[in-house]
Ligand binder design. Structure first.
Ligand SMILES: Cc1ncc(COP(=O)(O)O)c(C=O)c1O
Length: 406
Protein backbone atom coordinates (compact mmCIF):
# COMPACT_ATOMS: atom_id res chain seq x y z
CA UNK A 1 0.00 0.00 0.00
CA UNK A 2 1.50 3.43 -0.89
CA UNK A 3 2.41 5.44 2.16
CA UNK A 4 0.22 8.52 2.77
CA UNK A 5 1.75 11.95 2.05
CA UNK A 6 3.57 13.40 5.04
CA UNK A 7 1.62 16.32 6.52
CA UNK A 8 3.43 19.67 6.33
CA UNK A 9 4.04 20.76 9.89
CA UNK A 10 4.30 24.39 10.96
CA UNK A 11 8.05 25.17 11.28
CA UNK A 12 7.31 27.44 14.25
CA UNK A 13 6.79 24.43 16.50
CA UNK A 14 9.94 22.61 15.39
CA UNK A 15 11.94 25.82 15.87
CA UNK A 16 10.40 26.23 19.33
CA UNK A 17 11.29 22.61 20.17
CA UNK A 18 14.87 23.27 18.99
CA UNK A 19 15.01 26.36 21.20
CA UNK A 20 13.69 24.41 24.21
CA UNK A 21 16.39 21.80 23.57
CA UNK A 22 19.16 24.43 23.38
CA UNK A 23 21.25 23.71 26.49
CA UNK A 24 22.73 27.24 26.74
CA UNK A 25 21.47 28.93 29.90
CA UNK A 26 21.27 32.32 28.17
CA UNK A 27 19.20 31.12 25.19
CA UNK A 28 16.62 33.67 24.16
CA UNK A 29 13.29 32.53 22.71
CA UNK A 30 12.06 35.24 20.32
CA UNK A 31 9.88 32.86 18.31
CA UNK A 32 6.24 32.62 19.32
CA UNK A 33 3.86 35.61 19.28
CA UNK A 34 3.06 35.96 22.97
CA UNK A 35 3.47 39.25 24.86
CA UNK A 36 6.07 38.92 27.64
CA UNK A 37 6.98 41.38 30.36
CA UNK A 38 10.51 42.20 31.54
CA UNK A 39 10.55 39.04 33.69
CA UNK A 40 9.90 36.92 30.61
CA UNK A 41 6.42 35.80 31.62
CA UNK A 42 3.17 36.47 29.80
CA UNK A 43 1.15 38.57 32.26
CA UNK A 44 -2.58 38.19 32.85
CA UNK A 45 -4.29 41.57 32.35
CA UNK A 46 -5.57 43.02 35.65
CA UNK A 47 -8.96 43.53 33.98
CA UNK A 48 -9.03 39.86 32.96
CA UNK A 49 -8.17 38.68 36.49
CA UNK A 50 -10.91 40.88 37.94
CA UNK A 51 -13.49 39.69 35.41
CA UNK A 52 -12.54 36.09 36.24
CA UNK A 53 -12.97 36.71 39.97
CA UNK A 54 -16.41 38.20 39.42
CA UNK A 55 -17.44 35.39 37.11
CA UNK A 56 -16.27 32.79 39.63
CA UNK A 57 -18.28 34.50 42.37
CA UNK A 58 -21.41 34.52 40.22
CA UNK A 59 -20.75 30.96 38.94
CA UNK A 60 -22.75 31.35 35.72
CA UNK A 61 -24.23 28.19 34.24
CA UNK A 62 -22.09 26.05 31.95
CA UNK A 63 -24.89 24.79 29.75
CA UNK A 64 -24.41 24.41 25.97
CA UNK A 65 -24.55 27.62 23.94
CA UNK A 66 -24.73 26.21 20.40
CA UNK A 67 -22.31 26.33 17.43
CA UNK A 68 -22.38 30.15 17.20
CA UNK A 69 -21.19 30.43 20.80
CA UNK A 70 -21.80 33.31 23.17
CA UNK A 71 -23.92 35.94 21.41
CA UNK A 72 -23.49 38.53 24.15
CA UNK A 73 -19.75 38.29 23.51
CA UNK A 74 -19.99 38.59 19.72
CA UNK A 75 -22.38 41.50 20.12
CA UNK A 76 -20.16 43.42 22.57
CA UNK A 77 -17.05 42.68 20.52
CA UNK A 78 -18.45 43.74 17.17
CA UNK A 79 -19.96 46.90 18.70
CA UNK A 80 -16.49 47.80 19.94
CA UNK A 81 -14.70 46.99 16.72
CA UNK A 82 -17.31 48.30 14.26
CA UNK A 83 -19.37 51.01 15.97
CA UNK A 84 -20.78 52.58 12.79
CA UNK A 85 -24.59 52.23 12.81
CA UNK A 86 -24.67 51.63 9.04
CA UNK A 87 -22.23 48.72 9.28
CA UNK A 88 -23.85 47.22 12.38
CA UNK A 89 -27.02 46.36 10.47
CA UNK A 90 -25.03 44.35 7.93
CA UNK A 91 -23.01 42.23 10.38
CA UNK A 92 -23.27 38.54 11.13
CA UNK A 93 -20.90 37.32 13.87
CA UNK A 94 -20.17 33.81 15.05
CA UNK A 95 -17.88 33.03 17.99
CA UNK A 96 -14.87 31.00 16.91
CA UNK A 97 -12.05 29.02 18.44
CA UNK A 98 -9.73 32.06 18.55
CA UNK A 99 -8.44 33.87 15.47
CA UNK A 100 -7.31 30.65 13.82
CA UNK A 101 -10.80 29.19 14.15
CA UNK A 102 -12.29 32.35 12.64
CA UNK A 103 -9.87 32.14 9.70
CA UNK A 104 -10.91 28.52 9.19
CA UNK A 105 -14.68 29.13 9.43
CA UNK A 106 -14.41 32.02 6.97
CA UNK A 107 -12.19 30.01 4.62
CA UNK A 108 -14.79 27.23 4.61
CA UNK A 109 -17.43 29.85 3.87
CA UNK A 110 -15.45 31.30 0.96
CA UNK A 111 -14.81 27.81 -0.42
CA UNK A 112 -18.46 26.77 -0.10
CA UNK A 113 -19.80 29.91 -1.76
CA UNK A 114 -17.15 30.22 -4.47
CA UNK A 115 -15.79 26.87 -5.68
CA UNK A 116 -13.54 28.58 -8.25
CA UNK A 117 -12.35 31.25 -5.89
CA UNK A 118 -8.68 32.08 -5.48
CA UNK A 119 -7.41 33.85 -2.38
CA UNK A 120 -4.59 36.33 -3.02
CA UNK A 121 -2.04 36.36 -0.23
CA UNK A 122 0.78 38.87 0.19
CA UNK A 123 4.14 37.40 1.12
CA UNK A 124 5.87 37.13 3.45
CA UNK A 125 2.68 35.90 5.10
CA UNK A 126 1.68 34.68 8.54
CA UNK A 127 2.94 31.08 8.66
CA UNK A 128 -0.50 29.51 9.05
CA UNK A 129 -2.47 31.44 6.42
CA UNK A 130 -1.70 29.29 3.40
CA UNK A 131 -2.29 26.11 5.32
CA UNK A 132 -5.70 27.23 6.63
CA UNK A 133 -6.81 28.39 3.20
CA UNK A 134 -5.73 25.28 1.31
CA UNK A 135 -7.08 22.92 3.99
CA UNK A 136 -10.48 24.52 3.41
CA UNK A 137 -10.05 23.73 -0.32
CA UNK A 138 -9.25 27.25 -1.52
CA UNK A 139 -6.69 28.05 -4.19
CA UNK A 140 -3.98 30.47 -3.10
CA UNK A 141 -2.02 32.88 -5.28
CA UNK A 142 0.85 34.65 -3.60
CA UNK A 143 2.15 38.10 -4.49
CA UNK A 144 5.23 39.81 -3.05
CA UNK A 145 4.34 42.60 -0.63
CA UNK A 146 7.88 43.87 -0.26
CA UNK A 147 10.43 45.45 -2.55
CA UNK A 148 13.62 43.40 -2.95
CA UNK A 149 15.33 45.58 -0.31
CA UNK A 150 12.66 44.59 2.23
CA UNK A 151 10.62 47.81 2.31
CA UNK A 152 6.83 47.38 2.04
CA UNK A 153 5.49 48.03 -1.46
CA UNK A 154 2.42 50.23 -0.85
CA UNK A 155 0.92 49.36 -4.24
CA UNK A 156 1.33 45.58 -4.05
CA UNK A 157 -2.20 44.84 -2.80
CA UNK A 158 -3.73 47.15 -5.42
CA UNK A 159 -1.82 45.34 -8.16
CA UNK A 160 -3.00 41.99 -6.79
CA UNK A 161 -6.61 43.18 -6.91
CA UNK A 162 -6.18 44.37 -10.50
CA UNK A 163 -4.85 40.92 -11.44
CA UNK A 164 -7.59 39.03 -9.55
CA UNK A 165 -10.75 37.60 -11.07
CA UNK A 166 -14.13 38.88 -9.88
CA UNK A 167 -15.26 36.69 -6.97
CA UNK A 168 -11.71 36.10 -5.73
CA UNK A 169 -10.70 37.18 -2.23
CA UNK A 170 -7.77 39.21 -0.92
CA UNK A 171 -6.39 38.29 2.49
CA UNK A 172 -5.20 41.41 4.34
CA UNK A 173 -3.93 41.74 7.89
CA UNK A 174 -5.76 44.49 9.81
CA UNK A 175 -2.68 46.04 11.45
CA UNK A 176 0.77 45.18 12.82
CA UNK A 177 1.48 42.79 9.96
CA UNK A 178 2.96 39.45 10.98
CA UNK A 179 5.84 38.99 10.16
CA UNK A 180 6.84 42.32 8.59
CA UNK A 181 5.37 44.84 11.06
CA UNK A 182 4.15 46.78 8.02
CA UNK A 183 1.32 49.27 8.57
CA UNK A 184 -1.09 50.58 5.92
CA UNK A 185 -2.39 54.13 6.51
CA UNK A 186 -6.17 54.72 6.62
CA UNK A 187 -6.40 56.46 3.25
CA UNK A 188 -4.71 53.50 1.54
CA UNK A 189 -7.37 51.20 3.05
CA UNK A 190 -10.03 53.36 1.49
CA UNK A 191 -8.30 53.33 -1.88
CA UNK A 192 -7.96 49.55 -1.67
CA UNK A 193 -11.63 49.24 -0.65
CA UNK A 194 -12.75 51.10 -3.78
CA UNK A 195 -10.51 48.89 -5.95
CA UNK A 196 -11.91 45.74 -4.32
CA UNK A 197 -15.50 46.91 -4.77
CA UNK A 198 -14.92 47.87 -8.41
CA UNK A 199 -13.29 44.53 -9.21
CA UNK A 200 -15.76 42.41 -7.20
CA UNK A 201 -13.00 40.98 -5.00
CA UNK A 202 -13.93 40.10 -1.41
CA UNK A 203 -11.71 41.46 1.37
CA UNK A 204 -10.74 38.78 3.90
CA UNK A 205 -9.32 40.72 6.86
CA UNK A 206 -7.35 39.04 9.64
CA UNK A 207 -7.33 41.24 12.77
CA UNK A 208 -5.16 39.77 15.52
CA UNK A 209 -3.09 42.66 16.91
CA UNK A 210 -5.49 45.63 17.29
CA UNK A 211 -4.43 47.94 20.10
CA UNK A 212 -0.75 47.04 19.81
CA UNK A 213 0.17 49.27 16.87
CA UNK A 214 -0.88 52.93 17.04
CA UNK A 215 -3.80 52.57 19.50
CA UNK A 216 -7.12 50.75 19.35
CA UNK A 217 -9.03 53.22 17.17
CA UNK A 218 -6.06 53.96 14.93
CA UNK A 219 -5.47 50.24 14.39
CA UNK A 220 -9.10 49.68 13.48
CA UNK A 221 -9.47 52.75 11.30
CA UNK A 222 -8.49 50.96 8.09
CA UNK A 223 -10.96 48.11 8.31
CA UNK A 224 -13.69 50.46 9.55
CA UNK A 225 -13.22 52.64 6.48
CA UNK A 226 -13.15 49.61 4.23
CA UNK A 227 -16.44 48.26 5.56
CA UNK A 228 -18.14 51.56 4.72
CA UNK A 229 -17.19 51.05 1.07
CA UNK A 230 -17.34 47.36 0.11
CA UNK A 231 -20.63 45.48 -0.30
CA UNK A 232 -19.24 42.31 1.31
CA UNK A 233 -16.31 41.40 3.53
CA UNK A 234 -15.23 38.77 6.00
CA UNK A 235 -13.17 39.57 9.11
CA UNK A 236 -11.41 37.09 11.42
CA UNK A 237 -10.97 38.53 14.92
CA UNK A 238 -8.63 37.13 17.56
CA UNK A 239 -9.00 37.99 21.25
CA UNK A 240 -5.71 36.23 22.01
CA UNK A 241 -3.38 39.23 21.92
CA UNK A 242 -5.58 42.21 22.85
CA UNK A 243 -6.84 40.48 26.00
CA UNK A 244 -3.87 38.13 26.55
CA UNK A 245 -6.23 35.14 26.31
CA UNK A 246 -3.91 32.95 24.24
CA UNK A 247 -4.93 29.57 25.64
CA UNK A 248 -8.60 30.42 26.15
CA UNK A 249 -9.07 30.22 22.36
CA UNK A 250 -11.41 33.17 21.97
CA UNK A 251 -12.30 34.82 18.68
CA UNK A 252 -15.02 35.77 16.27
CA UNK A 253 -15.80 35.25 12.57
CA UNK A 254 -17.54 38.29 11.11
CA UNK A 255 -19.39 38.42 7.81
CA UNK A 256 -20.46 41.80 6.48
CA UNK A 257 -23.06 41.84 3.71
CA UNK A 258 -25.95 44.15 2.98
CA UNK A 259 -27.91 41.15 1.66
CA UNK A 260 -29.80 39.33 4.49
CA UNK A 261 -30.06 36.15 2.37
CA UNK A 262 -26.25 36.05 1.99
CA UNK A 263 -25.85 36.49 5.74
CA UNK A 264 -28.29 33.64 6.37
CA UNK A 265 -26.37 31.43 3.95
CA UNK A 266 -23.10 32.35 5.65
CA UNK A 267 -24.56 31.51 9.03
CA UNK A 268 -25.66 28.09 7.77
CA UNK A 269 -22.21 27.24 6.38
CA UNK A 270 -20.36 28.38 9.51
CA UNK A 271 -22.80 26.69 11.88
CA UNK A 272 -22.46 23.40 9.99
CA UNK A 273 -18.67 23.71 9.89
CA UNK A 274 -18.50 24.40 13.62
CA UNK A 275 -20.93 21.60 14.45
CA UNK A 276 -18.97 19.07 12.41
CA UNK A 277 -15.59 20.21 13.76
CA UNK A 278 -15.91 20.94 17.47
CA UNK A 279 -19.65 21.48 17.95
CA UNK A 280 -19.30 24.66 20.05
CA UNK A 281 -16.51 27.04 21.00
CA UNK A 282 -15.27 27.26 24.62
CA UNK A 283 -17.01 29.97 26.64
CA UNK A 284 -14.65 31.11 29.40
CA UNK A 285 -12.67 33.64 27.34
CA UNK A 286 -15.84 34.92 25.68
CA UNK A 287 -17.41 35.66 29.07
CA UNK A 288 -14.26 37.47 30.18
CA UNK A 289 -14.19 39.71 27.10
CA UNK A 290 -17.92 40.38 27.39
CA UNK A 291 -17.54 41.32 31.06
CA UNK A 292 -14.67 43.70 30.28
CA UNK A 293 -16.37 45.37 27.34
CA UNK A 294 -19.69 45.94 29.09
CA UNK A 295 -18.51 47.19 32.50
CA UNK A 296 -17.22 50.76 32.11
CA UNK A 297 -14.60 50.55 34.90
CA UNK A 298 -13.17 47.27 33.65
CA UNK A 299 -13.22 48.49 30.07
CA UNK A 300 -11.21 51.57 31.00
CA UNK A 301 -8.71 49.40 32.93
CA UNK A 302 -8.30 47.08 29.97
CA UNK A 303 -7.79 49.98 27.54
CA UNK A 304 -5.15 51.45 29.86
CA UNK A 305 -3.28 48.15 30.14
CA UNK A 306 -3.40 47.58 26.39
CA UNK A 307 -2.05 51.04 25.80
CA UNK A 308 0.82 50.52 28.26
CA UNK A 309 1.79 47.37 26.37
CA UNK A 310 1.70 49.28 23.10
CA UNK A 311 3.88 52.06 24.48
CA UNK A 312 6.37 49.55 25.84
CA UNK A 313 6.57 47.91 22.41
CA UNK A 314 7.44 51.32 20.96
CA UNK A 315 10.18 51.85 23.54
CA UNK A 316 11.65 48.38 22.95
CA UNK A 317 11.62 48.91 19.18
CA UNK A 318 13.26 52.32 19.35
CA UNK A 319 15.74 51.11 21.96
CA UNK A 320 16.84 48.25 19.73
CA UNK A 321 17.00 50.48 16.64
CA UNK A 322 19.11 53.04 18.58
CA UNK A 323 21.47 50.36 19.87
CA UNK A 324 21.86 48.85 16.40
CA UNK A 325 22.51 52.21 14.75
CA UNK A 326 25.14 52.99 17.37
CA UNK A 327 26.90 49.65 17.02
CA UNK A 328 26.82 49.26 13.25
CA UNK A 329 26.89 52.86 12.07
CA UNK A 330 24.53 51.53 9.39
CA UNK A 331 21.17 52.96 8.30
CA UNK A 332 19.95 49.42 7.54
CA UNK A 333 18.03 49.34 10.82
CA UNK A 334 16.23 52.68 10.49
CA UNK A 335 13.12 51.11 8.84
CA UNK A 336 12.59 49.11 12.06
CA UNK A 337 11.21 52.30 13.60
CA UNK A 338 8.31 52.25 11.10
CA UNK A 339 7.27 48.73 12.01
CA UNK A 340 4.35 48.14 14.37
CA UNK A 341 3.16 45.42 16.72
CA UNK A 342 4.65 42.59 18.67
CA UNK A 343 7.14 41.57 16.02
CA UNK A 344 10.19 43.13 14.51
CA UNK A 345 11.60 41.95 11.21
CA UNK A 346 15.36 42.29 11.21
CA UNK A 347 17.02 42.94 7.84
CA UNK A 348 19.03 39.72 8.11
CA UNK A 349 19.37 36.80 5.72
CA UNK A 350 18.29 33.28 6.70
CA UNK A 351 21.99 32.44 7.11
CA UNK A 352 22.48 35.40 9.42
CA UNK A 353 19.42 34.36 11.46
CA UNK A 354 20.94 30.87 11.76
CA UNK A 355 24.21 32.43 12.99
CA UNK A 356 22.24 34.50 15.50
CA UNK A 357 20.89 31.24 16.87
CA UNK A 358 24.05 29.12 16.64
CA UNK A 359 26.64 31.69 17.75
CA UNK A 360 24.58 33.89 20.10
CA UNK A 361 21.71 31.69 21.37
CA UNK A 362 19.14 34.17 20.01
CA UNK A 363 16.28 32.20 18.43
CA UNK A 364 14.17 34.05 15.84
CA UNK A 365 12.43 32.91 12.66
CA UNK A 366 14.48 32.41 9.48
CA UNK A 367 12.48 35.31 7.99
CA UNK A 368 14.20 37.73 10.39
CA UNK A 369 11.08 37.98 12.57
CA UNK A 370 11.63 38.26 16.32
CA UNK A 371 9.17 38.74 19.16
CA UNK A 372 10.14 42.15 20.49
CA UNK A 373 8.77 41.44 23.94
CA UNK A 374 11.14 38.49 24.20
CA UNK A 375 13.87 41.14 24.40
CA UNK A 376 13.27 42.69 27.82
CA UNK A 377 14.88 46.10 28.39
CA UNK A 378 17.99 44.71 30.15
CA UNK A 379 18.73 42.45 27.17
CA UNK A 380 18.43 45.03 24.41
CA UNK A 381 22.19 45.66 24.40
CA UNK A 382 22.98 41.94 24.23
CA UNK A 383 20.64 41.34 21.30
CA UNK A 384 21.89 44.47 19.51
CA UNK A 385 25.48 43.28 19.92
CA UNK A 386 24.61 39.84 18.53
CA UNK A 387 22.68 41.27 15.57
CA UNK A 388 25.50 43.74 14.86
CA UNK A 389 28.04 40.91 14.82
CA UNK A 390 26.14 38.72 12.37
CA UNK A 391 25.20 41.73 10.26
CA UNK A 392 28.88 42.58 10.01
CA UNK A 393 28.21 46.29 9.67
CA UNK A 394 27.23 45.81 6.05
CA UNK A 395 24.42 48.14 5.02
CA UNK A 396 23.84 45.94 1.97
CA UNK A 397 22.54 42.94 3.91
CA UNK A 398 19.75 41.41 1.87
CA UNK A 399 16.50 40.75 3.78
CA UNK A 400 15.86 37.10 4.45
CA UNK A 401 12.54 36.92 2.70
CA UNK A 402 11.13 38.50 -0.29
CA UNK A 403 8.54 36.07 -1.44
CA UNK A 404 9.06 33.18 0.96
CA UNK A 405 6.87 32.78 4.03
CA UNK A 406 8.04 33.58 7.52
C1 LIG B 1 -1.62 37.28 11.80
C2 LIG B 1 -2.25 36.32 12.76
N1 LIG B 1 -3.50 35.92 12.55
C3 LIG B 1 -4.11 35.05 13.36
C4 LIG B 1 -3.46 34.52 14.45
C5 LIG B 1 -4.20 33.52 15.28
O1 LIG B 1 -4.22 33.73 16.61
P1 LIG B 1 -5.07 32.86 17.62
O2 LIG B 1 -5.61 31.69 16.91
O3 LIG B 1 -4.12 32.47 18.69
O4 LIG B 1 -6.15 33.76 18.11
C6 LIG B 1 -2.14 34.89 14.71
C7 LIG B 1 -1.40 34.32 15.84
O5 LIG B 1 -0.24 34.48 16.04
C8 LIG B 1 -1.51 35.82 13.84
O6 LIG B 1 -0.26 36.22 14.02
Amino acid sequence: MPSPPRPRTDPLWSLTAACDADPRADRLDLLVGVYRDDTGSSPVFGAVAEAERDLAARAPSKEYLGPAGNRDFTDALTRTLFPSAAVRDTILAVQSVAGTGALRLLSELLAATGPDRTVHLGTPAYLNHRSILTTAGLRVREYPMLFPDGRPDPDAALAAVAAAAPGDALLIQGCCHNPTGAAMPGHRWEELAHALAARGVVPFVDHAYFGLGDGLDADLEGVRRMLEVVPEAVVAVSASKAWGLYNERTGCAVVVSDDPARRALAYGVMETTARAGYSQPPDHGARIVHEILTRPGLRADWLGELDSMRQRLGRLRDGLADALAERTGSTAFEPLREQRGMFLRLPLTTDQMARLRDEHAVHGLPSGRINLTGVPAPLVERVAEAVARVHGGSAAARPALSGARG
